[in-house]
Design a protein around this ligand. Structure first.
Ligand code: ZN
Length: 318
C-alpha cells in the first residue's frame, strides 16, 4: 500500500519521504508536490521559488504513540508588481492551515472532545491517548469557533448558569435539535432574553424552568412558540411532591410494610397547620426510634434492623 495514500487524502499534493518509529513518538517526513501557488493577497499564481522551510504539526496518534509531521514547505515570490506581499508561504487545501501547529483532522477531534468533556477532563483523556495538549489550548478552540448561524433554531432550551454560585448568574441557550449550546447571555434579565428571542422568527418551542422572567421573556419575545417545562424541572417538581407525600404518609406505609410491628401507626390528616405537621414529624421520628430500640432489645444486628426498617446502617448505628 502506498504510504502517502494511507496518511493523506490529497496524495497529489503531498509525498511521504520517510517515517521514524521512535520509542514514544512517530515522526513522518512529508514534502509538498505543488509546483505552483496562489498569492494569498492578490490571488495571482506564482512559480518563482524563494526558499524551503520545515513546518511541524501534531497529528492524530498512531498505534498509541504521539504522531508528528515534519512538512517541507516552500516560500514563493509574488509576481504581481502592485502586490504589497512580496514573499508568501505555500498554502494547502487540506490537512495543514497557515499559522497552525496541529493538523486539521486532529484539531477537529480536539474540538469535539473539549465540547463533550470540558477543559481539564479533555486534557486528561487526550494525554491518555498520547496527544500532548493543555486545557487552555483546548478551551481556546471553543473561543475561536464561529458562532452558529442564528435564525434557524426551531426548538430552544433556556436556563441559568453561574459565573459564581449564589452571586452572579447568566443565561444559557441550547439548541434542542443538535443538543449544542448556541449562546450565553451575560445575565438572566427579561430584556436580554427578549432581545435574543426576537431574532428567532422560526422558533416553535422553548423549554424553560418556572423562573418568572424567563416566562415573561418567552411570552414577549416569541409569542408564537409553545412554552414547555423542561424534563429536569418536571422531575424535580415530581421529586419534591413525592417527598412531601412520603413524609405525610410514612407511618401508614411503614405499618403496611412491617406488619410484625404491632404499634399503631400515627394517623395524619391530609392538611395540618405547620406547627401540627412539625409535631407529627417529631412523632414519626420517635416512633422509628422506638421501633429500632425494640428490635435491638430482641437481639437483632444493626444490619438486620436497617433492612427491616428500610434505613441506612449508619443511621441505625447512630
Ligand atoms: Zn500577491
Amino acid at each position: 500500500m502506498n504510504l502517502t495514500n494511507l496518511i493523506f487524502s490529497s496524495a497529489d499534493v503531498f509525498k511521504v519521504i520517510s517515517v521514524d518509529n521512535n520509542a514514544d513518538q512517530i515522526n513522518i517526513y512529508v514534502q509538498s508536490r505543488q509546483k505552483i501557488c496562489l498569492c494569498p493577497n492578490c490571488c495571482e499564481p506564482s512559480t518563482k521559488l524563494h526558499s524551503y522551510y520545515t513546518r511541524k504539526f501534531n497529528d492524530l496518534p498512531t498505534f498509541g504513540k504521539a504522531c508528528r509531521i515534519f512538512l517541507k514547505s516552500r516560500k514563493y515570490y509574488c509576481l504581481t508588481d502592485e502586490c504589497p506581499l512580496k514573499i508568501f508561504t505555500e498554502r494547502y487545501k487540506d490537512h495543514f492551515e497557515p499559522c497552525k501547529r496541529t493538523t486539521k483532522r486532529l484539531e477537529e477531534k480536539l474540538f469535539d472532545t473539549v465540547l463533550e468533556l470540558g477543559g481539564k477532563p479533555a486534557e486528561r483523556i487526550c494525554n491518555h491517548f498520547s496527544i500532548p495538549v493543555s486545557d487552555t489550548t483546548l478551551l481556546r478552540l471553543i473561543n475561536k469557533a464561529p458562532i452558529p448561524d442564528s435564525g434557524d433554531f426551531t426548538a430552544i432550551g433556556v436556563d441559568d448558569w453561574a459565573y459564581k454560585k449564589r452571586e452572579r448568574y447568566g443565561s444559557i441557550l441550547v439548541d434542542l435539535t443538535t443538543r449544542r449550546i448556541v449562546d450565553l447571555l451575560p445575565d438572566r434579565e427579561e430584556a436580554s432574553l427578549v432581545n435574543w428571542l426576537q431574532k428567532q422568527p422560526k422558533l416553535e418551542i422553548i423549554t424553560r424552568d418556572r423562573y418568572g422572567k424567563y416566562r415573561r421573556a418567552a411570552t414577549k419575545g416569541v409569542p408564537q412558540a409553545i412554552q414547555v417545562a423542561d424534563r429536569w424541572h418536571l422531575l424535580k417538581n415530581l421529586g419534591e411532591a413525592l417527598t412531601k407525600m412520603m413524609t405525610r404518609e410514612y407511618a401508614r406505609l411503614s405499618s403496611s410494610l412491617a406488619p410484625r410491628i404491632e404499634e399503631s401507626p400515627l394517623e395524619m390528616p391530609d392538611e395540618l397547620p405547620v406547627r401540627e405537621k412539625e409535631s407529627a414529624t417529631t412523632g414519626i421520628i420517635k416512633q422509628r426510634f422506638d421501633e429500632m430500640k425494640k428490635l435491638q432489645a430482641e437481639g437483632l444486628s444493626i444490619k438486620r434492623i436497617a433492612v427491616q426498617l428500610g434505613m441506612h446502617r449508619e443511621t441505625v448505628r447512630k
